[in-house]
Design a protein around this ligand. Sequence first.
Ligand SMILES: *Cc1c(COP(=O)(O)O)cnc(C)c1O
Length: 376
Amino acid sequence: MKINFNIPPYTGKELEYMKQAIDAHKICGDGMFTKRCNQWIEEKTGTSKALLTTSCTHATEMAALLCGVGEGDEVIMPSFTFVSTADAFVIRGAKAVFVDIRPDTMNIDETLIEDAITDKTEAIVPVHYAGVSCEMDSIMEIAKKHHLTVIEDAAQGVMSQYKGQPLGTIGDYGCYSFHETKNYSMGEGGALLIKNPDNIEKAEIIREKGTDRSKFFRGQVDKYTWVDYGSSYLPSDLNAAYLWAQLELADEINENRLASWKQYYESLKDLKEKEMLELPVIPSGCVHNAHMFYIKARDLSERTALIEYLKKNGVLSVFHYIPLHTAPAGKKYGRFHGEDRYTTKESERLLRLPMYYGLTESEISYITDLIHKFYC
Ligand SMILES: *Cc1c(COP(=O)(O)O)cnc(C)c1O
């Protein structure tokens, strides 16, 4: 048996839709498939506006431009995250201020955020790790009190909810990823979700090289012109066509992943009860999307041994982020506020098991049997 860690999602309709885009002689940005994907996100989540982008990193960069983060400003985020969360702000001259995580969800500890706020703070960037929501009520309350922008890094959170609200729609901006390691893929891609309709026009301009081209296509102006700063954040319609084949089957993909997640959980529960390992925690009010299934070993050396054991038996499992504040760029462009009680310790214990659309029951049984053998 050989089991990959990830196999990018594929439904079978991708090529047909890509051919349709080619036949329409419109494979640049904002073609029919981009429009379908934007509309799907808007209908599914209720956001005022969704704009497909070339990546989640770029969606976050757009959010940084929209909220005017600049030189010397500070942005609060967890250190246990992907580099893009910080990059999008650091590239504008801002400093990343890292706050410790909660050990249960691996998300930013909302009770530590307020203490990290200074007069330079501009934004808070909660990251919904594994598609499990941060404590958004508290975060939004803090943001409101201190007049801060909230940008949700919901790269892993497509189809997840917090108290009935889709992730990405709670903060001022939400950023999705459609990278091939995520639940729905276009190879490289993402989306920016905009809550306040007043911010839509500026977002469209930033995404279209600083021009009002979007208005022109809607017939609202008779020629388009350079009106503000911007860049090029539109993906090709070929990529959007690829994504559309998956969004169309989003519920099926989601249910398939959730069934795998549940099987893992049920099969490993006894080891958790014997306190041999820890399993993910889903707080009440959170609906997740089975982006990931992870376990926590007792410590780094046990995790290393388990990775080796699984690999020897054909199963690829992987650890995750090296905390950003310990990385060279993290030291240069960021600082950790408060004590690192959990970020480093918990990240060293975490191990991600194979998870993808189409992973079979017998493959999961094989993996969980191996984990039992390792521990017993
Ligand atoms: C994948 C990921 C990103 C980056 O997404 P891209 O689409 O590759 O830019 C950002 N943040 C988190 C938490 C991610 O998991």
